[in-house]
Design a protein around this ligand. Sequence first.
Ligand SMILES: [Zn+2]
Length: 852
Amino acid sequence: MIKKLLLSLLFSGVFCAVFGQAIQSPEKFLGYKLGEHFTPHYKIVEYFKYVAQASKNVKLVQYGSTNEGRPLLAMFIASDENIGKLEEIRQNNLRLAGLETVAGGSTPGTPANKAAATSAAGSTSAPVICWLSYNVHGNEPASSEAAMWTLFDMVDASNARTQPWLKNTVVVIDPCLNPDGRDRYVNFYNSVAGQKPDANPFAREHAEPWPGGRINHYYFDLNRDWAWQTQKETQARVALFSQWLPEVHVDYHEQGYNAPYYFAPAAEPFHKVITPWQREMQTTIGKNNAKYFDQNGWLYFTKQEFDLLYPSYGDTYPIYNGSIGMTYEQGGISAGLAVLTRTGDTLTLVDRVAHHHSTSLSTVEVTSAYAEKLLTEFKKFYDNSRANPPGEYKTYVVKNDNVDKVNALTAMLDRNGIQYGFGLKNSVNGYNYSNGKNEQYEVGPNDLVINAYQSKSVLLNVLLEPKTFVTDSNTYDITAWSLPYVYGLTAYGVKESLKPATATISAAKPQVLVNVHAYAYVSSWYSVNDVRFLAALIKNNIKVRYSEKPFEAGGKKFNAGSLLITRAGNDKADFDQTIARIATQLNQDLTPLMSGFVEKGNDLGSDVIRFIRQPRVMLAAGDDVNSEAMGEVWHFFEQQIGYPITLVRYKDLSRARLSDFDVAIFPDGNYDDFPSDKLIGWVRDGGKLIAIQNAAAQLVDKKGFLLKRKEDKKDDKTDSKTKDPTLLSYNDRDRDALRSSVPGAIYKINLDNTHPLGFGLPKSYYSIKLSDDIYDFLGSEDGWNVGTVKKDGLVSGFVGQKSKEKIKDGLLLGVQSMGRGSVIYMADDPIFRSFWENGKLLLSNAVFMVGQ
Ligand SMILES: [Zn+2]
């Protein structure tokens, strides 16, 4: 009898539960049904750790941690046979891409795939990799709950549906890409919810306070950061991702709670590098999801809204890396545990979790069904990339007239696995990014040279092509991001394939020469590194000056803005050692001068040598402020230049002691009663107000401020014409709105770099325009028109016809003297998403140089 019972147990799923190590479901482990509560991040971590111990089919990796110290996890799930061979599977997959690396990682900048060339080609009958990324936006929390359920189904040996998939599929689950944001939301919700969820949309639990959980600790949208990797979460994740390069990747989201579920295929525009296979497979996967939604009667849509263009999303970035990258969206933002939707139905977290769980399983299922085809096409993608790179240009040459900026660019290329070298033996004929003309250019030995014949040529093309081809301008995000403009570097696109002369730069690391007899030290001023150096000097109580004009000394030429550290005023015993220590730490090039008598220009005692007062900086924060714009400034000060900044809530400004600050930065926002008399009084007393985007727009026509909106009478005429009801069809209403849209285009600005706001920058500056804000030239002697745009300023990206007519002959960067203080107007965000490198010096000039 007992024997018989044993046998029957052996052949049923119960066997595991009774004799083996039964793995607890999330429900059992957490003590509640998924969807009944929001699970805090630490409990999700506990569940993943528990499964890592209980299951022999997983490997848990902590690949990083957040700014607030929460762990970032990836769980690898594979069959009995494959789990011990994960490293082999990973290497095989990279071999398919031609990116196999020797142990210890790749050599940055290596021009050829040496390792790949000598090793055997990867096998396409190996397991395929399916990577599921949950909860990148913290306040779209249903997906991390679904991640636990999906994990359980994958490791549950009694699950007859999922287990066969693992034979040819390795599943990777990242349960939460943005733990800090998730907990900000979950802690909020759990702290305000009553005993029962209130489905009334106006109940407090559906109104998240500023800044909301979408963004990370520094208020960055991590689903705009994949290619740039400005945030530590993204840096860690993309480093792991690049070691694996999955064939399928899903990025889980939630959208407004009235919307039905969205899954692939995505909407137009698609970037033209996206292959027919990638399109086709999106549809195949979408149809498999649809099958289960149809069975359950759940509503969904595809092919609308979510396009595939901007390269820094969780769908496009994997796509440009050969994967089938997709975004899935459940309706649910602000829905809490339950909310009444427009149609009078109650949407619950239980529903939302079920939908994400369904697409998770469905995606793994279809990945497994197409495993060999996915691997074959993945290999083909990379073979094509090397043999037949997309795009007009087969070589890109970037002039190295700013070593720090080129270093920042190559660091970014390294992070993305793009190979490069330096110098060419001959001159080239190429497309000059700055003037749009074809020109002959003599390539210098330190110029950056990128050959397109390499595995990552698709991503390279997307990031480097001067203009992105947009089939349909109704896009979700910016339409221009070409890296030479982003970094403000001169570049050439060359149609021939040319190999760089050397793999590494020949310039030696700067040697810090200190001399106890030096009269002064000079440092350049043209990069974020120089700003970081200045910040460190100030923090060490070293007095620093800058030259308002260019000069020549010690046999070198120095730009306006160059930093001078004189012994005068810094006369302490450890002066030279302190300078040497800071310069060495920051890899800063310093020139000692033995005399204050300069060869050309003004002597060091001249009044054009200005003392840099240590600015005490305030940043407006809180309800009226655009959190992401604020976060960029916060991150820049804390993480990039290391300079103190005080965040003050805008509504506390009336009570704050403004005399504690020298500089006040107002990022984009919608400020109530701006500027107050108190703020104006503070400026007149010597304060410096930096107003960016809508903060600047709000100063238009205010008493004492010179800023005026640029009038364009022609526009009004064309406007009345199009508004003629006989000409406008209802169906075209979205198209019509596009006429006055600037989704994010690059403009070339003429910069007065003799003004402190333009120090260290070339005579032209590339700005990313997100709106058609433009102003009249400041007409008074108190106003300086530092950044202006002419007729043909548009360089790259889509701009609606009406806005195109507006953005010309006007002011985008201005400085006004007001009493003893000054006001700086910036129409655009100078450090957009922190990837806009070019503007970081501009913002620094505003803080440290203007008005000294
Ligand atoms: Zn989202």
